[in-house]
Design a protein around this ligand. Structure first.
Ligand code: MTE
Length: 306
């Protein structure tokens, strides 16, 4: 299998997972902890009480994280994004902020990143297809950017849009989805401290196939909510349409919380295969992040709001 990486990451510099884990242990007692204490935001790996299931979480190898991908803009096969996204240019990059917000503007990526502190977050990513990974992301809370652009009091939802450029994204030349890919969150979900905009993984710049230069990571929702290659963020008072909901409304709802009790119409969601493991493991409600997020859905029927 051909594996392409961002040209700015020579293969000699990709950190071996073992070394990475050792370095992370060192960081956990050193500088990162300082950052966490100062911001009050504890990265996933530093939480005092680990989320459910975290004890047996082993990082998924870098090679799997970067060669087994879903990014339909670069093909529908798992290896397609790594093979087809290598030459995708992610600079210059800007994000348009519009809708019910006090500071609508086109923000350059550098301008978005300048005021924020990058943190490491080790999150599980559970795909609706039944596989999962554990990934050390680099990024920052989406809430930091949202607070800066100041949504108005009418804003209730946030819509995210991926770049639409079939010349640069060959998968968009085929009508697999209603391009561009869009996703949405309720404003409180978007402001939740676990929700991050990711800019890297394994301490390196985000590979193109993982959504460079900027993607969402919402660890308690199925992977498809974690939209890649974001160019637009719109604040709205109506629940936005999402690419997968438009494609198959009975299969992919707006909320898409990981819920082992609600089957996908064509398969069960009660178990998952951690990439790199043989036996399937039990899927946890909210992907194991229930302690932190369940209260946002109190009183909601999560079978109806799937
Ligand atoms: N974002 C865009 N723009 N296009 C996509 O096809 N696939 C989603 C999500 N974000 C997708 C996307 C799906 S189905 C999953 S499971 C995750 O990205 C996979 O992220 P990963 O490849 O970094 O593991």
């Amino acid at each position: 299998m051909l594996m392409k990486r961002r040209p700015d990451i020579p293969s000699s510099e990709i950190t071996d997972e073992r070394i990475y884990v050792d370095r992370r242990k060192f960081l956990a007692t050193g500088s990162l902890l300082g950052v966490a204490a100062a911001t009050g935001a504890l990265p996933g790996c530093l939480k005092a009480s680990p989320s459910e299931g975290e004890a047996d979480d082993k990082l998924t190898p870098y090679k799997d994280v970067t060669t087994y991908n879903n990014y339909y803009e670069f093909g529908t096969g798992k290896e397609d994004p790594a093979e087809n996204a290598g030459s995708f240019r992610t600079s210059p990059w800007s994000v348009t902020v519009e809708g019910l917000v006090k500071r609508p503007a086109v923000y350059n990526l550098e301008d978005i990143l300048r005021p924020v502190t990058q943190q490491e977050r080790i999150y599980r990513l559970r795909c609706v297809e039944g596989w999962s990974m554990v990934i050390p992301w680099m990024g920052f809370p989406l809430s930091a950017f949202i607070s800066r652009v100041e949504p108005t009091s009418q804003a209730k939802f946030v819509e995210f849009t991926t770049l639409h450029d079939p010349r640069r994204m060959p998968g968009q030349r085929r009508p697999v989805l209603d391009w561009p890919y869009t996703e949405g969150l309720r404003l409180d979900e978007a402001m939740h401290p676990l929700t991050i905009l990711a800019t890297g993984l394994y301490g390196r710049a985000l590979p193109n196939q993982n959504g460079a230069p900027l993607r969402l990571v919402v660890p308690w929702k199925y992977g498809f909510k974690s939209i890649k290659g974001i160019v637009k963020i719109r604040f709205t008072d109506r629940q936005p349409a999402t690419a997968w909901n438009k494609a198959a409304p009975s299969e992919y709802g707006f909320y898409s919380n990981v819920n082992p009790e609600v089957d996908h119409p064509r398969w069960s969601q009660s178990k998952e295969r951690r990439i790199g493991e043989f036996l399937r493991r039990r899927t946890l409600m909210f992907n194991g992040y229930g302690d932190q997020v369940a209260r946002m859905y109190a009183g909601m029927d999560l079978r109806r709001n799937y």
